[in-house]
Write a protein that binds this ligand. Structure first.
Ligand code: DSN
Length: 422
């Protein structure tokens, strides 16, 4: 009998099976190739990381942990999760890890749920000074479930006021003190924060999301040995797949494992865990160390070049991969700056600066970071070019001719530093 079945597209490539989605992905691939990615929290993961993420493990349920799963067929899920854990412990010299959190926010949620009861006090960096939503913002679960005590930066030099941090801790007696930030370019004094935590009987949790790749390579101070628990995303400077992780000693990880599953999550994203294992393997290679040090060298070069063309850099510079640019000397706000730079093929995000007179959706600042452009192989010379282009565009933010000309120059630079073939 002749078959009347529809063509079986189950094994067909995406372009054949779903040309509409394939076309969108192609447009995004072209955007990434032809634009400079200067968002400090973004990076370009390797082809190997992306291959693992798009692997057969996306089909596998593996609720539980290696050796203790609620489903059959988990032998290879176990292998890959054990490998991810052992590699990440080797990178940071820690005893144990949970690599299942779906994001940095989920990792923080699991840690807070393990350490605190609703109504307990969480102390962390003020969002307006560089903290994160999950560090106690009133619009986030962390600010709704816990009593929040925030520390921040001094007006004089825009760096963390550690004396004030200690005073706030003594007064508020937090259960948890969080170090780490999303828009703070300077080195954290993790040892000081641990001493304060010990003094007030708090646990020091470091959310190293932004800095994790730099810390892996010794290019930024390490919280290990100072924070009892460390959380992170896996897709920022560490250059893995989008996801989260929790690191600590065995006793704590045994406890937090129960909070992650079954407390908060169901089946782990095993394909993402496989990609985390690949990224951790990459971070253990000598070339990653070189990469991370270059990220910081590039950030310093970019900050200096921006200062040379008239921008003010918050706190006067950077010790990391990012910087906050105060746009007020250019008479432009963050929203307009972000839009006009995007038209010139430079992707950034508007960001509040300390004591910002503008609302968070407008802002007086831009946050810039170098992890992604460094992944492409760019160095200090390219950072100086980028600063020059940013100045040209922001001196005439409405001038489409300038934006178009700079976009062409950016595209030519990007062509010299190609991204993925597939
Ligand atoms: N959205 C991240 C960042 O850009 O820093 C934080 O979660």
């Amino acid at each position: 009998m002749a078959s009347t079945a529809m063509p079986n597209l189950h094994r067909a490539p995406l372009a054949q099976s779903d040309p509409e989605v394939a076309a969108i992905l192609n447009r995004e691939r072209e955007r990434q190739q032809n634009h400079l990615e200067l968002i400090a929290s973004e990076n370009h993961s390797s082809s190997a990381v992306r291959e693992a993420m798009a692997s057969v493990l996306t089909d596998k349920y593996a609720e539980g942990y290696p050796g203790k799963r609620y489903y059959g067929g988990c032998a290879h899920a176990d292998e890959v999760e054990r490998l991810a854990i052992s590699r990440v412990c080797e990178i940071y010299g820690c005893e144990a890890a949970n690599v299942q959190p779906h994001s940095g926010a989920s990792a923080n949620l699991a840690v807070y749920f393990t350490l605190m009861k609703p109504g307990d006090t969480l102390m962390a960096m003020n969002l307006a000074h560089g903290g994160h939503l999950t560090h106690g913002s009133p619009v986030n679960f962390s600010g709704q479930l816990y009593n929040v005590a925030a520390y921040g930066v001094r007006d004089s030099d825009e760096q963390i006021d550690y004396d004030e941090l200690r005073r706030i801790a003594l007064e508020s007696k937090p259960q948890v003190i969080v170090s780490g930030a999303t828009a703070y370019s300077r080195a954290f004094d993790f040892a000081f924060i641990r001493r304060v935590a010990d003094e007030v009987g708090a646990i020091h949790v470091c959310d190293m999301s932004h800095y994790s790749g730099l810390i892996a390579a010794g290019a930024y101070p390490s919280p290990f040995g100072h924070a009892q628990i460390v959380t992170s995303t896996t897709h920022k400077s560490i250059r893995g797949p989008r996801g989260g992780m929790i690191l600590g000693d065995k006793e704590f990880i045994d406890k937090v494992n129960k909070t992650v599953f079954p407390g908060l999550q169901g089946g782990p994203l095993m394909h993402v865990i496989a990609a985390k294992a690949v990224a951790f393997g990459e971070a253990l290679r000598p070339e990653f160390k070189q990469y991370a040090h270059q990220v910081v060298a590039n950030a310093r070069a970019l900050a200096t070049a921006l200062q040379d063309v008239g921008f003010r850099i918050v706190s006067g510079g950077t010790d990391s991969h990012l910087m906050l640019v105060d746009l007020r000397p250019f008479g432009v706000n963050g929203k307009i700056a972000q839009e006009s730079l995007e038209a010139a093929h430079m992707t950034t995000n508007k960001n509040s600066i300390p004591n910002d007179p503008e609302k968070p959706f407008v802002t007086s600042g831009l946050r810039l970071g170098t992890p992604a452009v460094t992944t492409r192989g760019m160095g200090e010379a390219e950072m100086r070019q980028i600063a020059g282009w940013a100045a040209e565009v922001l001196r005439a933010p409405e001038d489409i001719a300038v934006q178009d000309r700079v976009a062409g120059e950016v595209k030519a630079l990007c062509a010299r530093f190609p991204l993925h073939e597939i």
